[in-house]
Design a protein around this ligand. Structure first.
Ligand code: ADP
Ligand code: ASP
Ligand code: MG
Length: 407
């Protein structure tokens, strides 16, 4: 007998027929004699709709109330999924994140899991029930509901797999697995059979939406091997696991595009020790996460500092910087919301040269002007204009030999 966690994302529970399909997949597993714990997301679009409704009522909604609202999406789908299993004659019980024992810290809307207390699930499994858990949510020590950041049902599934010592964790979505690039942008992208945690984490952090970055971090920490696969067919998916040496043979595993970026340029700041510290201290106090940073050489006593921030935070960044400019002794802020970050990722970069030159030549061919560059051991990222970025991704994908052979 195996213990299996199966997570179904928004499109996989998007309507009545999709929920019936989930029940069919779960029943097949249960009928094989296995223990099954199911994690579901809200129906696709529901969380976005709830966020929009909150913002239409109050442009800066309170985080506690936001969590109270957002958990409703998953609460609907756990009950419906349990009902669909009952209709199939399978004993199933739904649980909220709190009932399932997912304990978090107090950071509403981006809570971190602090412990997993899985007794209730264990009890239900012993009674031969399928357990359906609401993804994306937990409770804090005050008993209040919290959410785990957008895409957080992936994290619920990985954490449950770790807490329950499951044999397998499967993440069902609307694509066959993790591809060499978003298949919606690059029709010639190919499915990656196996990928290391490190590469998956970089891809996810750099805009590849198929897995939430924090869930991959958690899987790496607790060594949870998982599979990303489709709920629309029975094709084998992508296995995400500990690195093995043959993985280094591939130089670039995938190309990522992050559209949720904005560039902030702070011009004519006095070029003296302490300016950067004051600037970034102001941004940190405003809870703005800064990513790529470049500073040009100071000239005539002034310098320019350019950096990227999540697009939703760009106004907050501007306000924070403007407040500190007087203290710095001058300068002006300009926002650019029409940029993206394109990245290539692969652990093979550690032992292969020429990645930067291939990338830059491809971007030249795509007529994309490179505005900022940053590198780490296993990735190179560039900031380019949003216009033409999809073409750039396709050309970069071809340049690294990732296109599937045409039939
Ligand atoms: P779910 O609702 O199941 O959680 P998501 O919408 O969060 O699904 O993630 C699946 C989507 O991720 C796909 O529809 C696809 O467009 C997008 N995606 C982006 N990059 C990739 C990639 N490299 N491989 C696979 N899917 C990707
Ligand atoms: N429903 C949540 C979201 O849309 C969590 C998830 O789907 O993983 O972000
Ligand atoms: Mg998702």
């Amino acid at each position: 007998m195996a213990r299996i966690v199966k997570k179904f994302g928004g499109t996989s529970v998007g309507d009545v027929d999709r929920i019936k399909n989930v029940a069919k997949i779960v029943k097949e597993e249960y009928d094989r004699g296995n223990e099954v714990v199911v994690v579901v997301s809200a129906r696709s679009g529901v969380t976005n709709e709830l966020v929009a409704r909150a913002k239409a009522i109050n442009s800066t909604p309170n985080d506690r109330e936001m969590d109270m609202l957002l958990v409703a999406g998953e609460q609907e789908t756990i009950a419906l999924t349990a009902m669909a299993l009952h209709a199939e004659g399978v004993g199933a019980v739904s649980m909220t994140g709190g009932q399932a024992g997912i304990k978090t810290d107090f950071a509403h809307t981006r809570a971190r899991i602090v412990s997993m207390e899985c007794e209730e699930i264990e009890k239900a499994l012993q009674e031969k029930k399928v357990v359906i858990v609401a993804g994306f949510q937990g409770t804090n020590d005050d008993g209040l509901v919290t959410t785990l950041g957008r895409g957080g049902s992936d994290l619920s599934a990985i954490a449950l797999a770790a807490g329950l010592k499951a044999d397998i964790c499967q993440v069902f979505t609307d694509v066959d697995g993790v591809y060499t690039a978003d298949p919606r942008i690059v029709p010639l992208a190919t499915k990656i059979p196996e990928i290391s945690y490190e590469e998956m984490l970089e891809l996810a952090s750099l805009g590849t939406k198929v897995m939430q970055a924090r869930s991959v971090e958690f899987a790496n920490k607790y060594n949870v091997t998982f599979e990303v696969r489709s709920s629309f067919n029975n094709n084998p998916g992508t296995i995400v696991k500990q690195e093995v040496s043959s993985m280094e043979d591939v130089v670039v595993r995938g190309v990522a595009l992050d559209k949720n970026q904005a560039k902030v340029m702070v011009g004519n700041i006095p070029d003296k020790p302490g300016s950067a510290a004051k600037l970034f201290d102001a941004l940190a106090s405003a809870n703005v996460i800064v990513d790529m940073i470049v500073q040009n050489l100071g000239r005539n006593g002034v310098a320019n500092m350019t950096f990227t921030v999540p697009r939703d935070d760009s106004e907050r960044a501007r306000v924070a910087v403007e407040k500190v400019l007087e203290e710095l002794g001058g300068g002006e802020v300009t926002l650019f919301g029409d940029i993206v970050k394109l990245s290539v990722v692969g652990i093979g970069m550690r032992s292969h040269s020429g990645v930067a030159s291939t990338l830059f030549s491809a971007l030249a061919e795509a007529k994309s002007n490179i505005q900022i560059i940053s590198t780490s051991e296993i990735k190179i990222s560039v900031v380019i204009d949003e216009e033409g970025a999809a073409d750039a991704v396709r050309i970069v994908h071809t340049a690294f030999g990732l296109d599937k052979a045409e039939a």
